[in-house]
Design a protein around this ligand. Structure first.
Ligand code: AMP
Length: 281
Protein backbone atom coordinates (compact mmCIF):
# COMPACT_ATOMS: atom_id res chain seq x y z
CA UNK A 1 0.00 0.00 0.00
CA UNK A 2 1.36 3.40 -0.88
CA UNK A 3 0.96 6.24 1.59
CA UNK A 4 -1.27 9.18 0.75
CA UNK A 5 0.71 12.35 0.09
CA UNK A 6 0.58 15.09 2.69
CA UNK A 7 -1.68 17.94 1.56
CA UNK A 8 -0.86 21.59 2.25
CA UNK A 9 -3.64 24.11 1.75
CA UNK A 10 -2.13 27.33 3.11
CA UNK A 11 1.27 28.95 2.59
CA UNK A 12 2.32 28.46 6.26
CA UNK A 13 1.28 24.80 6.05
CA UNK A 14 3.30 24.44 2.86
CA UNK A 15 6.38 25.98 4.49
CA UNK A 16 6.03 23.63 7.47
CA UNK A 17 5.58 20.61 5.22
CA UNK A 18 8.68 21.61 3.26
CA UNK A 19 10.94 22.06 6.29
CA UNK A 20 12.34 18.52 5.97
CA UNK A 21 13.16 19.30 2.30
CA UNK A 22 15.52 22.16 3.23
CA UNK A 23 18.74 20.50 2.10
CA UNK A 24 17.28 18.45 -0.74
CA UNK A 25 16.73 19.36 -4.38
CA UNK A 26 13.04 20.01 -5.04
CA UNK A 27 11.10 19.61 -8.28
CA UNK A 28 7.66 21.12 -8.76
CA UNK A 29 4.98 19.75 -11.10
CA UNK A 30 2.22 22.35 -11.49
CA UNK A 31 -1.16 20.88 -12.51
CA UNK A 32 -4.86 21.63 -12.47
CA UNK A 33 -5.61 18.07 -11.34
CA UNK A 34 -7.77 15.53 -13.22
CA UNK A 35 -4.46 13.74 -13.56
CA UNK A 36 -3.69 11.43 -16.48
CA UNK A 37 -0.58 9.66 -17.76
CA UNK A 38 0.77 12.94 -19.19
CA UNK A 39 0.91 14.44 -15.71
CA UNK A 40 2.38 11.23 -14.34
CA UNK A 41 5.17 11.38 -16.95
CA UNK A 42 6.03 14.84 -15.55
CA UNK A 43 6.06 13.43 -12.00
CA UNK A 44 8.40 10.61 -13.04
CA UNK A 45 10.79 13.03 -14.73
CA UNK A 46 10.64 15.21 -11.63
CA UNK A 47 11.61 12.23 -9.53
CA UNK A 48 14.66 11.64 -11.74
CA UNK A 49 15.79 15.25 -11.37
CA UNK A 50 15.25 15.97 -7.69
CA UNK A 51 15.19 14.24 -4.30
CA UNK A 52 11.78 15.73 -3.42
CA UNK A 53 8.76 16.16 -5.65
CA UNK A 54 5.94 18.59 -4.97
CA UNK A 55 2.83 18.43 -7.14
CA UNK A 56 0.49 21.40 -7.11
CA UNK A 57 -3.19 20.97 -7.88
CA UNK A 58 -4.98 24.23 -8.47
CA UNK A 59 -7.66 25.02 -11.04
CA UNK A 60 -6.62 28.60 -11.62
CA UNK A 61 -9.67 30.81 -12.16
CA UNK A 62 -7.66 33.70 -13.63
CA UNK A 63 -6.59 31.79 -16.73
CA UNK A 64 -10.18 31.10 -17.78
CA UNK A 65 -12.33 33.68 -19.55
CA UNK A 66 -15.92 34.02 -18.28
CA UNK A 67 -17.22 32.01 -21.27
CA UNK A 68 -14.72 29.16 -20.73
CA UNK A 69 -14.95 25.91 -18.78
CA UNK A 70 -13.74 26.87 -15.28
CA UNK A 71 -17.03 25.71 -13.72
CA UNK A 72 -17.13 22.37 -15.51
CA UNK A 73 -13.37 21.65 -15.49
CA UNK A 74 -12.99 18.06 -14.15
CA UNK A 75 -12.09 17.89 -10.47
CA UNK A 76 -11.01 14.43 -9.30
CA UNK A 77 -8.98 15.20 -6.19
CA UNK A 78 -9.32 11.80 -4.49
CA UNK A 79 -8.27 9.76 -7.48
CA UNK A 80 -5.48 12.29 -8.15
CA UNK A 81 -4.16 11.64 -4.65
CA UNK A 82 -4.25 7.90 -5.25
CA UNK A 83 -2.30 8.28 -8.50
CA UNK A 84 0.28 10.48 -6.75
CA UNK A 85 0.54 8.05 -3.81
CA UNK A 86 1.37 5.32 -6.33
CA UNK A 87 4.22 7.56 -7.56
CA UNK A 88 5.36 8.07 -3.95
CA UNK A 89 4.78 11.82 -4.11
CA UNK A 90 5.03 13.06 -0.53
CA UNK A 91 3.53 16.52 -0.81
CA UNK A 92 0.61 18.03 -2.70
CA UNK A 93 0.20 21.80 -2.71
CA UNK A 94 -3.52 22.43 -3.11
CA UNK A 95 -4.38 25.99 -2.16
CA UNK A 96 -7.91 27.34 -2.40
CA UNK A 97 -8.64 30.31 -4.65
CA UNK A 98 -8.99 32.37 -1.46
CA UNK A 99 -5.43 31.45 -0.44
CA UNK A 100 -4.05 32.24 -3.91
CA UNK A 101 -6.04 35.41 -4.45
CA UNK A 102 -7.04 36.85 -1.09
CA UNK A 103 -9.25 39.90 -0.84
CA UNK A 104 -7.37 42.88 -2.29
CA UNK A 105 -5.08 40.86 -4.56
CA UNK A 106 -3.99 43.37 -7.21
CA UNK A 107 -0.88 42.18 -9.04
CA UNK A 108 -0.60 40.66 -12.49
CA UNK A 109 2.30 39.52 -14.65
CA UNK A 110 1.77 40.46 -18.29
CA UNK A 111 4.20 38.34 -20.33
CA UNK A 112 5.30 39.55 -23.76
CA UNK A 113 7.38 37.83 -26.46
CA UNK A 114 6.10 34.29 -26.97
CA UNK A 115 2.90 35.29 -25.16
CA UNK A 116 2.01 37.72 -27.96
CA UNK A 117 2.53 35.86 -31.20
CA UNK A 118 -1.05 35.34 -32.36
CA UNK A 119 -1.61 31.71 -31.31
CA UNK A 120 -3.37 30.88 -28.00
CA UNK A 121 -3.17 34.56 -27.05
CA UNK A 122 -5.55 35.49 -29.90
CA UNK A 123 -8.21 33.02 -28.82
CA UNK A 124 -7.65 33.18 -25.06
CA UNK A 125 -6.54 36.75 -24.32
CA UNK A 126 -6.72 36.23 -20.53
CA UNK A 127 -4.74 33.05 -20.56
CA UNK A 128 -1.04 33.88 -20.37
CA UNK A 129 -1.24 36.62 -17.78
CA UNK A 130 -3.32 34.21 -15.66
CA UNK A 131 -0.78 31.42 -16.17
CA UNK A 132 2.30 33.60 -15.66
CA UNK A 133 0.94 35.13 -12.46
CA UNK A 134 -0.06 31.82 -10.92
CA UNK A 135 3.16 30.07 -11.96
CA UNK A 136 5.25 32.91 -10.51
CA UNK A 137 3.30 32.50 -7.27
CA UNK A 138 3.76 28.71 -7.29
CA UNK A 139 7.51 29.20 -7.81
CA UNK A 140 7.85 31.67 -4.95
CA UNK A 141 5.64 29.58 -2.67
CA UNK A 142 7.40 26.25 -3.29
CA UNK A 143 10.87 27.61 -4.24
CA UNK A 144 11.75 24.55 -6.32
CA UNK A 145 15.07 23.99 -8.07
CA UNK A 146 13.26 22.90 -11.20
CA UNK A 147 9.73 22.73 -12.54
CA UNK A 148 8.36 20.37 -15.14
CA UNK A 149 5.95 21.45 -17.88
CA UNK A 150 4.49 19.52 -20.81
CA UNK A 151 5.28 20.31 -24.42
CA UNK A 152 1.57 19.63 -24.94
CA UNK A 153 1.04 23.28 -23.97
CA UNK A 154 3.94 24.46 -26.09
CA UNK A 155 3.33 28.20 -26.08
CA UNK A 156 2.83 28.04 -22.30
CA UNK A 157 6.16 26.22 -21.94
CA UNK A 158 7.91 28.97 -23.92
CA UNK A 159 6.22 31.72 -21.91
CA UNK A 160 7.01 30.17 -18.53
CA UNK A 161 10.62 29.46 -19.56
CA UNK A 162 11.10 33.11 -20.55
CA UNK A 163 9.43 34.37 -17.38
CA UNK A 164 11.65 32.27 -15.09
CA UNK A 165 14.70 33.62 -16.90
CA UNK A 166 13.55 37.24 -17.21
CA UNK A 167 12.54 37.54 -13.55
CA UNK A 168 15.54 35.58 -12.22
CA UNK A 169 13.18 33.22 -10.42
CA UNK A 170 15.98 30.69 -9.95
CA UNK A 171 13.87 27.81 -11.25
CA UNK A 172 15.00 25.65 -14.15
CA UNK A 173 12.00 25.04 -16.40
CA UNK A 174 12.09 21.63 -18.07
CA UNK A 175 9.83 20.63 -20.98
CA UNK A 176 8.57 17.05 -21.27
CA UNK A 177 7.35 15.42 -24.52
CA UNK A 178 3.61 14.95 -24.99
CA UNK A 179 2.12 11.67 -23.82
CA UNK A 180 -0.47 10.34 -26.27
CA UNK A 181 -3.26 7.80 -26.43
CA UNK A 182 -2.63 4.78 -28.67
CA UNK A 183 -4.36 6.51 -31.59
CA UNK A 184 -2.17 9.62 -31.24
CA UNK A 185 -4.58 11.92 -29.39
CA UNK A 186 -2.62 14.03 -26.91
CA UNK A 187 -3.75 13.20 -23.38
CA UNK A 188 -5.67 16.04 -21.79
CA UNK A 189 -8.01 16.46 -18.86
CA UNK A 190 -10.43 18.00 -21.36
CA UNK A 191 -10.63 14.77 -23.40
CA UNK A 192 -13.18 13.68 -20.78
CA UNK A 193 -15.64 16.12 -22.39
CA UNK A 194 -15.60 14.34 -25.76
CA UNK A 195 -18.62 12.34 -26.92
CA UNK A 196 -17.95 8.92 -28.41
CA UNK A 197 -18.11 10.33 -31.94
CA UNK A 198 -15.89 13.32 -31.11
CA UNK A 199 -13.37 11.01 -29.44
CA UNK A 200 -13.18 9.00 -32.68
CA UNK A 201 -12.55 12.14 -34.72
CA UNK A 202 -10.10 13.77 -32.26
CA UNK A 203 -6.90 12.01 -33.52
CA UNK A 204 -7.34 13.86 -36.84
CA UNK A 205 -5.40 16.70 -35.25
CA UNK A 206 -2.29 14.64 -34.57
CA UNK A 207 -2.53 12.84 -37.91
CA UNK A 208 -2.70 16.18 -39.70
CA UNK A 209 0.25 17.51 -37.72
CA UNK A 210 2.30 14.45 -38.64
CA UNK A 211 1.38 14.50 -42.33
CA UNK A 212 1.99 18.26 -42.55
CA UNK A 213 5.36 18.04 -40.78
CA UNK A 214 6.43 15.28 -43.17
CA UNK A 215 5.41 17.27 -46.26
CA UNK A 216 7.22 20.39 -45.00
CA UNK A 217 10.34 18.38 -44.24
CA UNK A 218 10.22 17.00 -47.78
CA UNK A 219 10.40 20.55 -49.09
CA UNK A 220 6.78 21.36 -49.92
CA UNK A 221 5.78 25.00 -49.53
CA UNK A 222 4.77 25.61 -45.92
CA UNK A 223 1.72 27.76 -46.68
CA UNK A 224 0.36 25.27 -49.21
CA UNK A 225 0.78 22.36 -46.78
CA UNK A 226 -0.95 24.33 -44.03
CA UNK A 227 -3.86 25.24 -46.31
CA UNK A 228 -4.41 21.55 -47.03
CA UNK A 229 -4.08 20.66 -43.34
CA UNK A 230 -6.60 23.34 -42.34
CA UNK A 231 -9.11 22.08 -44.91
CA UNK A 232 -8.63 18.51 -43.71
CA UNK A 233 -9.27 19.43 -40.07
CA UNK A 234 -12.37 21.43 -40.96
CA UNK A 235 -13.72 18.64 -43.16
CA UNK A 236 -13.42 16.30 -40.15
CA UNK A 237 -15.92 18.50 -38.30
CA UNK A 238 -13.65 20.78 -36.27
CA UNK A 239 -13.96 24.54 -35.95
CA UNK A 240 -10.31 25.47 -36.47
CA UNK A 241 -8.65 28.24 -34.48
CA UNK A 242 -5.22 27.86 -36.06
CA UNK A 243 -2.79 25.49 -37.73
CA UNK A 244 0.54 27.26 -37.94
CA UNK A 245 4.25 26.58 -38.40
CA UNK A 246 6.42 28.75 -36.18
CA UNK A 247 10.00 29.07 -35.01
CA UNK A 248 10.27 26.57 -32.16
CA UNK A 249 12.14 28.97 -29.89
CA UNK A 250 10.49 32.35 -30.43
CA UNK A 251 7.20 31.21 -32.00
CA UNK A 252 7.76 33.90 -34.64
CA UNK A 253 6.21 33.43 -38.08
CA UNK A 254 8.28 31.53 -40.64
CA UNK A 255 8.51 31.39 -44.43
CA UNK A 256 10.59 28.28 -44.97
CA UNK A 257 12.56 25.49 -43.30
CA UNK A 258 15.51 27.90 -43.09
CA UNK A 259 13.65 29.88 -40.39
CA UNK A 260 13.75 26.78 -38.16
CA UNK A 261 13.89 24.76 -36.04
CA UNK A 262 10.16 24.73 -36.64
CA UNK A 263 7.17 23.73 -34.53
CA UNK A 264 3.74 22.97 -35.93
CA UNK A 265 0.87 24.01 -33.65
CA UNK A 266 -2.86 23.45 -33.85
CA UNK A 267 -5.97 24.44 -31.88
CA UNK A 268 -9.50 23.44 -32.85
CA UNK A 269 -12.88 22.88 -31.33
CA UNK A 270 -14.91 19.74 -31.79
CA UNK A 271 -18.39 20.16 -30.37
CA UNK A 272 -17.87 22.09 -27.16
CA UNK A 273 -14.33 20.88 -26.55
CA UNK A 274 -11.27 22.88 -27.53
CA UNK A 275 -8.20 20.74 -28.19
CA UNK A 276 -4.60 21.83 -28.78
CA UNK A 277 -1.58 19.91 -29.98
CA UNK A 278 1.84 20.48 -31.55
CA UNK A 279 4.87 18.62 -32.86
CA UNK A 280 8.42 19.39 -33.95
CA UNK A 281 9.11 19.58 -37.68
P1 AMP B 1 -2.86 20.92 -16.78
O1 AMP B 1 -3.29 20.15 -15.57
O2 AMP B 1 -3.64 20.57 -18.01
O3 AMP B 1 -2.71 22.39 -16.53
O4 AMP B 1 -1.41 20.41 -17.10
C1 AMP B 1 -0.39 20.41 -16.14
C2 AMP B 1 0.92 20.12 -16.81
O5 AMP B 1 0.84 18.85 -17.46
C3 AMP B 1 1.25 21.15 -17.90
O6 AMP B 1 2.64 21.43 -17.86
C4 AMP B 1 0.88 20.42 -19.16
O7 AMP B 1 1.61 20.84 -20.30
C5 AMP B 1 1.25 18.99 -18.80
N1 AMP B 1 0.54 18.05 -19.66
C6 AMP B 1 -0.80 18.04 -19.92
N2 AMP B 1 -1.09 17.06 -20.81
C7 AMP B 1 0.09 16.44 -21.10
C8 AMP B 1 0.45 15.37 -21.96
N3 AMP B 1 -0.44 14.72 -22.69
N4 AMP B 1 1.75 15.01 -22.01
C9 AMP B 1 2.68 15.67 -21.28
N5 AMP B 1 2.40 16.69 -20.45
C10 AMP B 1 1.12 17.07 -20.37
Amino acid sequence: MSTRPRIARTVPALRRAMEPFARATVALVPTMGALHDGHIALVRQARKRARRVVVSIFVNPTQFAPNEDFGSYPRTFNSDLKALAAEKVELVWAPTAQVMYPEGFATKIDPQGAAKVGLEDTFRPHFFSGVATVVAKLFTQVRPDCALFGEKDYQQLRVVTAMARDLDLGVKVIGIPTVREKDGLAMSSRNAYLTEHERKMAPVLYRTLKASAKAIKQGETIERVLEQGRAHIEQAGFALDYLEARNAGTLAKVQSLKDGPLRLLVAAKIGKTRLIDNIAI
